[in-house]
Design a protein around this ligand. Sequence first.
Ligand SMILES: Nc1ncnc2c1ncn2[C@@H]1O[C@H](COP(=O)(O)OP(=O)(O)OP(=O)(O)O)[C@@H](O)[C@H]1O
Ligand SMILES: [Mg+2]
Length: 404
Amino acid sequence: MSEITADRTQDPAVEHGLAPPGAASDRLAVRRLTLTNFRSYPTLRLGLDRRPLVLVGANGAGKTNLLEAVSLLAPGRGLRRARLSELVHHDRPDDGWAVAATVDLPGGRTDIGTGMVKPEPGADRAERRAVRIDGATVRGPSALAEIVAMTWLTPEMDRLLVDAASARRRFLDRIVYGFDPAHAGRVAAYETAMRQRLRLLRGGGGDPAWLAALETTMAEKGVAISVARRQVVDRLDRACAAAETPFPQAGLRLLGAVEEWLAETPALAAEDRLRTALAANRAADGEAGRTSTGPHRSDLGVRYLAKDRPAETVSTGEQKALLIAIVLATARLQAAERGAAPLLLMDEVVAHLDKSRRNALFAELQALGAQAWLTGTDASLFAGLGDAAQFLRVDDGTVIGGEK
Ligand SMILES: Nc1ncnc2c1ncn2[C@@H]1O[C@H](COP(=O)(O)OP(=O)(O)OP(=O)(O)O)[C@@H](O)[C@H]1O
Ligand SMILES: [Mg+2]
């Protein structure tokens, strides 16, 4: 177990001129993080200040595991999309895992706890993720979107702009949670109704009234999902195009059937259309084992504006730079609209940047007042951050501080 205790009387963000006194609370930052039986960490307690973090350590040291723990302070399955049981430390497979954090928010501080709850022996239920906010159990992880806005970039996302639309939708939805926290509940309700409907249809029918009720939920939530995504994508598109940074400008557009309907008709008419389409497709959906229409089929279209080309046709390095540009534009817009930049988890992002882009990223993170979590195997790449970041060394399930 290791501990780093930040000096609470003097906020280094103020001390180092990163935030004027009094404005320091206008930040979203993890101040305390406790892991129990989580991946390679039997126990870990960290006290942190509000500055960006640099986590340096050898391959396999536990850097991504730490970011993954933080990613579970948001709705969803975390940045590896792992099953809950995979997160349990190998040596104690019969115990659960837990992640607890104290988080500074604009105007307050909140305690979040999350962990795996195992079903009773013999119960016909899978394990589930429990969430507590300020000591009270909440209904599901969706409630976390009300507290923590977060976005991440990982090496697995290098092909995000090329591969299947599902990962781009998840990336976009996470961004939308940061502007419109109710979006998380909407997405969860839509997906639950979609799964229930498919289960009935696969089973060869189902009560038509029950199917109709599920389709009504899907239509209402589905159109609300598209509307919320569209509002954010429009604003983000403008923010990306207006950005003047060394990162490329991105053009963003939402693509999909529901989006096309919404361009032509009011939301209520789009709901009717989606409900009608779902009812008409029951047999085909049951046979195919998938739902043919709805916002779960939409995509985020990204263009590389300087070349006026679709993002999937530019180089891998250019695509990575585009993703960073989108994440930074998100953070800027959120800081302006909601008073604080989101947490930014950037796993192995810095190693791929040349020096000028590295320094531009560091400058931007400081200007945003974002608590970014940056990882790398080589501390020297982060020298440009100087005192603007807290440096932690990660080593085989332990973390020690003070490293520069
Ligand atoms: N459930 C688990 N229980 C115990 N250890 C685990 C568990 N899951 C992963 N690990 C271990 O955690 C280590 C990987 O940690 P992590 O992915 O965080 O490394 P990293 O510091 O990000 O390395 P890299 O620089 O290679 O990305 C591996 O040694 C892996 O075996
Ligand atoms: Mg890693």
